[in-house]
Design a protein around this ligand. Structure first.
Ligand code: ADP
Length: 192
């Protein structure tokens, strides 16, 4: 299996690139942000809970997120591999993901980390807020909170995969095509 963690701060371009990678490598896309948003739209209990955190730029509690992710993954037992987008976002999530995949006799192949500096992230998120209607992209205080939460709670996940020699940093500045080519080069280099 080819299991990729696509990592990076909010606004780094994970969602955009995931869509393309899924097509090229025939992987299943698991985006915790997308799953939460679908639950909010559907008015489920999980959606109501997730919204109370997302609106503040905070992480949804690990226990809830991990359970949801495992339940989504188990819907596609025959997947040739996954792109994990927006997950894991804490070391506890990373450990849970390893345990889950190990139980299926597989594991994470690599982490691809999109690198974009903070000023650019702020610009992109506020711009996306204008087009997408995502509430968490429209308020500068919430955008800043998400960037801070990323630095404090999510960045340690990078060290987790670095320690396993699975980390590859990718320059996240450039056109969508350029960044996609960089990601593909990293994946193809690994497979070769
Ligand atoms: P972005 O990375 O652009 O902020 P996402 O769609 O990945 O957007 O996430 C939106 C929000 O959903 C996050 O700010 C957080 O509140 C929640 N969320 C998404 N993934 C996770 C996760 N793995 N753990 C906890 N909360 C999450």
């Amino acid at each position: 299996m080819l299991n990729i963690v696509l990592f990076g701060p909010p606004g780094a371009g994970k969602g955009t690139q995931s869509t393309r990678l899924v097509e090229r490598y025939k992987l299943v896309h698991l985006s915790t942000g997308d799953i939460f948003r679908a639950n909010i739209k559907g008015g489920t209990e999980l959606g109501v809970l997730a919204k109370s955190y997302m609106d503040q730029g905070q992480l949804v509690p690990d226990e809830v997120t991990i359970r949801m992710l495992e339940s989504e993954a188990s819907k596609t037992p025959d997947a040739p591999g996954y792109i994990f987008d927006g997950f894991p976002r804490t070391p506890a999530q990373a450990e849970a993901l390893d345990r889950y995949l190990n139980g299926k006799e597989t594991g994470i192949t690599m982490m691809l980390a999109l690198e974009v500096e903070e000023e650019e992230l702020r610009k992109r998120l506020l711009l996306r807020g204008k087009d997408s209607g995502r509430a968490d992209d429209q308020d500068p205080a919430v955008v800043q909170k998400r960037i801070d939460v990323y630095r404090n709670e999510t960045e340690p996940v990078r060290d987790y995969y670095m320690a396993q020699n699975k980390y590859t940093g990718i320059d996240g500045i450039g056109s969508i095509d350029e960044i996609f080519d960089r990601l593909c080069a990293a994946i193809d280099g690994y497979k070769a």
